[in-house]
Ligand binder design. Structure first.
Ligand code: PRX
Length: 639
């Protein structure tokens, strides 16, 4: 057995799960005993879900980077920690061994320190998928600063919102990023964002694309110059800053059903233990294997299963800068063969988009090194599951369908590769430490098997969200107040006759587009910023590749000129305000929206129309103007 806490049989899983629920403190204290601590905890867990107030390993002192880097140096210092595949396959890949990564993280921790970053400061990171992104993340953790990574596809406005919310005074970015045939001018986007963030003291810029940038005197410095200063000082080691178990490790913004994205806060110790534990168990990682998670570090999947989980376990983590379809749709398969990848972890949307290219791109690719394949981010339909199984896993690799969320920090419900059974489109069984339950609308628990309901979790696991940054009340109302005493996920689920869970999707006003979470309210606000728009309503509809597409009903003040042009203008507005990922796929101009007498938009009806249902729209008698439904339904857009 490779890790003392690795579960290797179904019976062991059942026993461990049972114990984790009956005696969470004993269970997690045994797991945590295998990590490096400066000081052990006084109490494993104290909690209530009312405030909420959750504390794991209280009194313990640590730095997560000592677990991810220092403790591996002796045994596997020369083993690759990060393998990096560049956007352009003609360019050379890079390898950072644990020793080299440790060295670079210490160097950059000095850079941060020299530039004024201290424990507890918020540092925004807006970079492409290059090893320096992982270095920046880990260096923040090493100095005890709280990182807030922002996905490279977000707009200047979205960045400004996040910088202001966290009052982040430091920014780390690149001149630009390569993504497929595109070249994204990251620094220029940051410059636009910083116009409304005068409190930002320092921007550190790494050179990647050589895109021209403007450097502002007194605020902007080059990464390379700053590293040079550390080198001139003889590259002293950087002792990790000692953190409290519950000190925040990072903030990651994610969309909810109302308002602006909220900053989900994760703590140090619990997150460290849980991401490592789930990494080792879900993927059944074996030392020496190459783990390829295709997510961007700008999302939680990248945080937990490119950086912290794998590095905590001393694994080799592959980072890919590009996109699955460039220069052609065989890119993933080339990477698997080239780097001898053993574990491939990707999203259903990527699988579906590759399916659309047929089997050609798979021809001549051996994929023989693959042992486990996984999915995350959205429900995987059976067709995609079978395609993945047959053509990628070649029927010999277990598929892990991992359900979890930004707020949960790590995988919550999933089979464990080859250890617990899999079932197409089912996340199956909870991880040890996780007790899911289904409740009906009234909050009553739905018991037994072969049932459905809203998915909740009964008690805390180590990496449960601690707060939403700067607004604890928002955390409480969003997750802990719908069903008092429970964590509410926002997802609906079925529990089949074997007790396996199948996640059916969000039951709130959150869309899941290509595995990216987007709030309908957020998109509506962005659309409404367009000068000609009076009002809008946004819903999701089934989309073959993206899982869900964005359908917008828009009332214009006056619609003159070309409708198609206006549509493009609106899409561009959304792109500017949020980012290209939130652009509506379909925009229908309407003269009214179905509203109740109290003025509430009946989204249920709009959702049905967007889905193509024109007959059974349900009860429309409570509407202020039932006639509006007919008009909308007639004008439905289906391309
Ligand atoms: O609806 C669920 C869906 O993604 C949501 C969480 O999104 P996010 O916080 O961006 O994190 C995504 C990566 C962990 C969930 O509420 N979701 C995630 N994984 C699955 C899933 N839906 C079905 N099956 C999954 N395996």
């Amino acid at each position: 057995m490779s890790y003392p806490y690795q579960i290797t049989s179904l019976e062991a899983y059942r026993a461990e799960w049972r114990r984790s629920i009956d005696d969470p403190e004993g269970f997690w204290s045994d797991v945590a005993g295998h990590f490096t601590w400066r000081r052990r905890w006084d109490k494993v867990l104290s909690w209530n879900f009312t405030d909420p107030d959750v504390r794991w390993f209280e009194g313990a002192r640590l730095n997560i980077t000592e677990n991810c880097l220092d403790r591996h140096l002796e045994e596997r210092g020369d083993q690759p920690a990060i393998l990096w595949e560049p956007n352009d396959p003609q360019d050379a890949p890079r390898v950072l061994t644990y020793r080299q990564l440790h060295f670079k993280v210490c160097q950059f921790a000095h850079v941060l320190h020299n530039n004024g970053v201290r424990k507890g400061d918020r540092v925004c990171i807006y970079m492409g998928m290059i090893p320096e992104l992982a270095v920046a993340v880990l260096a923040c953790a090493r100095v005890g600063a709280i990182h807030s990574v922002i996905f490279g596809g977000f707009s200047a406005q979205s960045i400004a919102d996040r910088l202001q919310d966290a009052h982040a005074e430091y920014v780390i970015t690149c001149d630009g990023a390569f993504r497929g045939a595109k070249d994204i001018p990251l620094k220029s986007v940051i410059d636009d964002a910083l116009v409304s963030c005068p409190f930002v003291k320092r921007t550190i810029v790494f050179t990647r694309t050589r895109t021209p940038v403007s450097m502002i005197k007194g605020r902007d410095v080059w990464w390379e110059d700053e590293i040079h200063k550390v080198e001139s000082a003889g590259n002293p080691p950087f002792p990790a800053v000692e953190m409290d178990a519950e000190d925040p490790l990072f903030i990651l913004y994610t969309s909810g059903s109302t308002g602006k994205p909220k900053g989900v806060v994760h703590s140090s110790a619990g997150y460290m233990v849980y991401t490592n534990y789930t990494f080792v168990n879900v993927f059944q990682y074996r030392p020496g294997e190459v783990h390829f998670c295709t997510a961007d570090i700008g999302w939680i999947t990248g945080h937990s299963y490119i950086v912290y989980g794998p590095l905590g376990a001393g694994a080799t983590s592959l980072m890919f800068e590009g996109v699955p379809t460039w220069p052609d749709a065989g890119r993933f398969w080339d990477i698997v063969d080239k780097h001898r990848v053993n574990i491939l972890y990707t999203a259903p949307t990527a699988i579906r988009s590759l399916m659309a290219y047929g089997l050609g791109p798979l021809q001549g690719r051996s994929l023989e090194t693959l042992r486990v394949i996984g999915t995350v981010g959205e429900p995987i339909n059976e067709e995609a599951w079978h395609w993945y199984d047959e053509h990628v896993g070649r029927r010999r690799c277990p598929i892990v369908d991992t359900w979890w969320q930004t707020e949960t920090g790590g995988v919550m419900i999933s089979n464990m590769a080859g250890v617990t059974p899999s079932k197409p489109s089912h996340a199956t069984l909870p991880m040890p430490g996780v007790e899911p339950l289904l409740v009906d609308e009234a909050g009553r628990e739905v018991v037994g098997n072969g049932v459905s309901g809203n998915l909740c979790i009964r008690s805390p696991w180590p990496s449960v969200i601690r707060t939403t940054y700067g607004d604890h009340e928002r955390c409480r109302t969003n997750y802990f107040s719908t069903y008092p005493g429970l964590y509410f996920t926002g997802d609906g689920a079925l529990r089949d006759e074997n007790g396996y869970y199948r996640i059916t999707g969000r039951v709130d006003d959150v869309l899941n587009v290509s595995g990216h979470r987007i709030g309908t309210a957020e998109v509506e606000n962005a659309i409404n910023m367009h000068a000609g728009v009076v009002e809008s309503a946004v819903v999701g509809y089934p989309h073959d590749i993206k899982g869900q597409g964005i359908y917008a009903y828009v009332i214009m003040g006056e619609l003159h000129g070309d409708e198609e042009l206006t549509r493009r203008d609106i899409a561009l507005t959304v792109s500017r305000v949020i980012g290209p990922i939130a652009k509506p796929d379909r925009i229908q101009f309407v003269t009214g929206l179905p509203k109740t007498r109290s003025g509430k938009i009946m989204r249920r009806i709009l959702r049905k129309i967007a889905e193509g249902e024109t007959q059974n729209l349900g009860d429309t008698t409570t509407l202020l103007d039932p006639g509006v439904v007919q008009d909308i339904s007639k004008g439905r857009i289906n391309r």
